[in-house]
Design a protein around this ligand. Structure first.
Ligand code: ADP
Ligand code: MG
Ligand code: ZN
Length: 478
């Protein structure tokens, strides 16, 4: 990037997890048969009147509060006029002059360095339907199930300077809205979508360069790649003495290029005006007070607390706050067993086994309870089973949800910690290795490991290693 610096601002659309749509009582539900959740209002029939969903306003305010925004207790819905087949009314109901939330800020982290990113505004709007194009029979279909789904659009200041910062910002926002429980976070289904505005300028310049807008890049990885190739493309243009055209571009993940889609429309093209069918949104002081109290501990605060609790370095502990359910799970288990050991079990065997079983690292996906994880950590701590056996049986426990204690008992996995039960085994290994035994007795203590290894193997990992050590010392007098 040498002589240039990138400038990035993001517009994020978050679908709110309400039971019904924003202005009608149709179910807000993904994946139903096409056009099965449609009424006069979300189909945009003339004369049908919208009624705002109070739960959606509540959720949007939570997002504003969690991102440090000022909440406008009086905001206004506006019509954004444009024509497209998935928008039967010919306008989207959004907010323009008076959005619900403004002037926020969130803290992101890149390479161990914290940075604050400004949030310009957060407004509410309804989603459009979906056009489905069938190339085979050269036909297009319109599915209006999504039409009217409540969204918040979170608009950032152009404060990011690299693709990494943009991804970190997105992940931070994602953590916030999923911890709040206002979004299901399903990116494949479009619940969390992002448009990236990208420009470059000579290093040291304070003016903004001409930007392009990359539409609907649908995974963290693709956001990173799309921004990187777009920065490189703009840089090539400037170095060749050409200029960047302000336009909307689409990212093609397969070819890893961005391609022009349409020239950029300006706000005045949309002929915004206050929606005459809707009263201003007014939020009372008592509602504000009640909602403020609902903000849970957010991922960054939780991470800092877990780092203190476990003594793990931040990059390792980060996995524990990946989702709120996992963080709760860790915290519940850590009340009943050594917190650091619980964390290590989640970071190690639990992520490995969840992955092997094709599960997300989320306790909703498996049968093991936090109490059982704690029980497993404790039986290892007490020496009932070795760490290795705990590792070996972890996948099975995760899948079945069986109590570790009863599993260990029914599979006879408890360590042999009884000297008389182990003595015979120790003797037979000594007899089978007379030369090594003589050397060890003669002071070659390096061979302790060799004997312990043999005995552990012969006992299928069940011998108590400390006891084996003691027995060897007794018998060979080293
Ligand atoms: P719209 O895209 O709807 O016209 P805005 O003008 O409010 O809306 O800008 C949208 C986003 O573009 C914001 O996130 C803003 O930070 C970002 N942005 C604006 N100018 C630039 C620029 N020159 N370079 C990069 N991002 C920019
Ligand atoms: Mg835009
Ligand atoms: Zn409807």
């Amino acid at each position: 990037m040498s002589a240039y610096e990138a400038v990035i601002g993001l517009e994020v659309h978050v679908q709110l997890k309400t039971a019904s749509k924003l202005f009608c009582s149709c179910p807000n539900q993904f994946g139903a048969a096409p056009n099965s959740h449609v009424c006069e209002v979300c189909a945009g029939l003339p004369g049908a009147l919208p009624v705002p969903n109070h739960q959606a306003i509540h959720y949007a305010v939570l997002v504003g509060l969690a991102t440090g925004c000022r909440i406008n207790q009086r905001s206004v819905f506006a019509r954004k006029n444009y024509f497209y087949p998935d928008l039967p009314s010919g306008y989207q109901i959004s907010q323009f002059d008076l959005p619900l939330c403004e002037h926020g800020q969130i803290t992101i982290e890149v390479g161990g360095q914290e940075k604050k990113i400004g949030i310009t505004r957060i407004h509410m709007e309804n989603d459009a339907g979906k056009n489905i194009h069938s190339i085979g029979d050269n036909t297009s279909f319109v599915d209006l199930n999504r039409a009217g789904t409540p969204l918040v659009e979170i608009v950032s200041e152009p404060d990011m300077r690299s693709a990494e910062e943009a991804v970190s910002y997105l992940k931070t926002l994602y953590g916030i809205v999923t911890y709040l429980g206002v979004c299901d976070g399903n990116m494949e289904e479009g619940s969390f979508r992002c448009d990236a505005n990208v420009s470059i300028r000579p290093l040291g310049s304070t003016e903004l360069g001409t930007r392009t807008e990359l539409k609907n890049v649908n995974s963290f990885r693709n956001v990173q790649r799309a921004i990187e190739v777009e920065i490189a493309r703009q840089q090539d243009l400037l170095e060749d003495g050409e200029s960047v055209v302000q336009e909307t571009r689409l990212y093609d993940a397969e070819r890893n290029i961005t391609a022009a889609m349409r020239s950029k429309e300006e706000a005045h093209d949309y002929r915004y005006f206050p929606d005459p069918d809707l009263l201003p949104v007014v939020i009372s002081d008592s509602e504000m007070e009640a909602w403020r109290k609902e903000i849970p501990e957010l991922p960054r605060a939780r991470l800092r607390r877990f780092v203190a609790l476990t003594g793990l370095p931040e990059p390792e502990a980060e996995l524990l706050v990946q989702n709120r359910e996992l963080a709760d799970f860790f915290e519940n288990a850590a009340k009943l067993a050594n917190a650091r050991k619980v964390a290590n079990f989640i970071i190690g065997p639990m992520s490995r086994e969840a992955n092997a079983q094709g599960l997300a690292l989320n306790p909703g996906q498996w049968s093991m309870s936090a109490e059982h994880l704690a029980e497993l950590v404790n039986v290892v701590d007490e020496g009932t089973i070795s760490n290795k056996i705990a590792n070996d049986i972890f996948g099975e426990l995760l899948r079945t949800g069986e109590s570790p204690k009863s599993y260990i008992e029914s599979h006879k996995l408890a360590q042999i910690s009884d000297a008389s039960a182990l003595a015979g085994l120790v003797d037979s290994i000594i007899q089978a290795n007379p030369k090594e035994a003589e050397a060890l007795a003669g002071g070659k203590t390096k061979l302790v490991g060799f004997f312990v290894g043999q005995i552990m193997r012969a006992s299928k990992g069940k011998a108590n290693p400390a006891l084996v050590n003691d027995l060897l010392k007794q018998k060979l007098h080293f």
